[in-house]
Write a protein that binds this ligand. Structure first.
Ligand SMILES: *Cc1c(COP(=O)(O)O)cnc(C)c1O
Length: 396
């Protein structure tokens, strides 16, 4: 089917979509309805950690679909327990609850922290979050997010998310009162523009939350599952959080997310938490296939090598074009432009011929790179060369 303008009328208008269909994907490449190919540096917003349609994920879904799709979350199933055990063995956490999206995982995280506050801290419920943070698009997770304007968009907000400033410990301390139950942050703010939390700040947060009998929550929906060069980004900080949410890469493109907690914090009672599709064997079988690929010997070393290559390449482009440098952790990186032509670069890259490239500008002066973790050395070279070409064209 070739895209026609009438096709655009059937879906709710929630964003400006380019007038084309993507019809096939393989690794780092997408093909549209006219047969044009695109080098994909977005990968469904850091979701397809193994690229498009990785064979091991396709195989796992096919195998499981023929066996058992959904017995109901009221019963155990093998793939969900298999994936939970893998996550527990690889992390500092003891219990897992699977969800369908990152926002849903964070909703659960918020509920778990409030429940813990009811049981252990006189009903303390406030969770300190950060300016420019992003935790999802449900009412509670929008309220937790620090995106400018989100406090009035669907007012009234869900109460209890005072905002501190990232990497400013005093700003956190100033917000703590006897109703504060937790601090929640992304180890690297993704949507906010790829801004890492400092090591010293994260360590200090861990001490501060312990001192005040508060929980430390990491939202690793974007940073987890190898994106930052470790399986979980918190591991590079030398800290152990109390709760973590995962999403995006955990499913490699299929709707899977999770919240994890330490045993003492896992305090839900029957009826507190649930969800029709949560932990269904079809999707968690896919998660097992993704997990086993990410944790295979040598995989994370290759992610680190590619991230080094990408970082150096972006820095070289920045130097060449007089931009403001690059930043990020692992394969979550940003090129900081010297002007607001990010959206123009994104459009020109997509429209490039005969082959295009998909980029993302979360802010007008910033390009964010969220390629597949298994992108090849040659594909990164190509991406950098095309980026240089597109910048030249836009700035001509
Ligand atoms: C994408 C994202 C979410 C929301 O995940 P969805 O699956 O889109 O609901 C939450 N937190 C962070 C840090 C994210 O990057």
């Amino acid at each position: 089917m070739t895209f026609s303008s009438a096709d655009a009328q059937s879906l709710m208008e929630i964003t400006a979509r380019p007038p084309l269909y993507f019809v096939r994907g393989e690794g780092s490449w997408l093909t549209d309805d006219t047969g044009k190919r695109y080098l994909d540096c977005i990968q469904g917003w850091a979701v397809n950690c193994l690229g498009h349609c990785p064979p091991q994920l396709v195989q796992a879904l096919n195998d499981q679909a023929g066996k058992l799709i959904n017995p109901s979350p009221a019963f155990f199933n093998e793939p969900s327990v298999a994936l939970a055990k893998r996550l527990i063995d690889a992390s500092c956490f003891d219990r897992v609850f699977f969800t369908n999206s990152g926002a849903e995982a964070n909703e659960g995280v918020i509920k778990l922290a409030r429940k813990w506050g009811q049981k252990n801290k006189n009903g303390a419920y406030k969770i300190i979050t950060f300016d420019h943070s992003f935790h999802g698009r449900t009412l509670a997770t929008m309220s937790a997010s620090g995106k400018p304007g989100w406090d009035t968009k669907f007012a009234p907000q869900v109460d209890g998310f005072p905002k501190a400033e990232l990497n400013n410990l005093a700003s956190v301390k100033a917000l703590i009162d006897d109703q504060t139950v937790a601090v929640m942050l992304e180890p690297v703010q993704g949507e906010g523009g790829v801004i890492p939390a400092d090591k010293a700040f994260m360590k200090a947060l861990r001490e501060l939350t312990r001192e005040h009998n508060m929980l430390l929550i990491v939202d690793e929906v974007q940073t987890g599952m190898g994106r930052c060069g470790e399986l979980f980004a918190y591991q590079a900080y030398g800290i152990e959080p109390d709760i973590m949410s995962l999403g995006k890469g955990i499913g490699g493109g299929i709707p899977l997310a999770a919240m994890l907690s330490r045993e003492e914090v896992s305090c839900f009672e029957h009826g507190d938490q649930g969800g029709t599709y949560n932990g269904n064997p079809l999707i968690t079988a896919g998660g097992v296939a993704v997990f086993d690929t990410l944790t295979a010997p040598g995989f994370m070393q290759s992610v680190q090598a590619r991230s080094e290559q990408l970082s150096q390449g972006l820095q070289a482009l920045s130097d060449k074009w007089g931009m403001q440098g690059e930043r990020g952790v692992g394969m979550l990186r940003a090129l900081i432009l010297d002007k607001d032509d990010g959206p123009a670069i994104v459009d020109a890259a997509r429209e490039r011929g005969p082959e295009g490239m998909l980029l993302n500008a979360p802010r007008p002066n910033l390009l964010r790179f969220m390629t597949a973790l298994n992108i090849t050395e040659d594909e990164i070279k190509l991406m950098l060369a095309w980026l240089d070409e597109v910048i030249a064209k836009v700035r001509a």
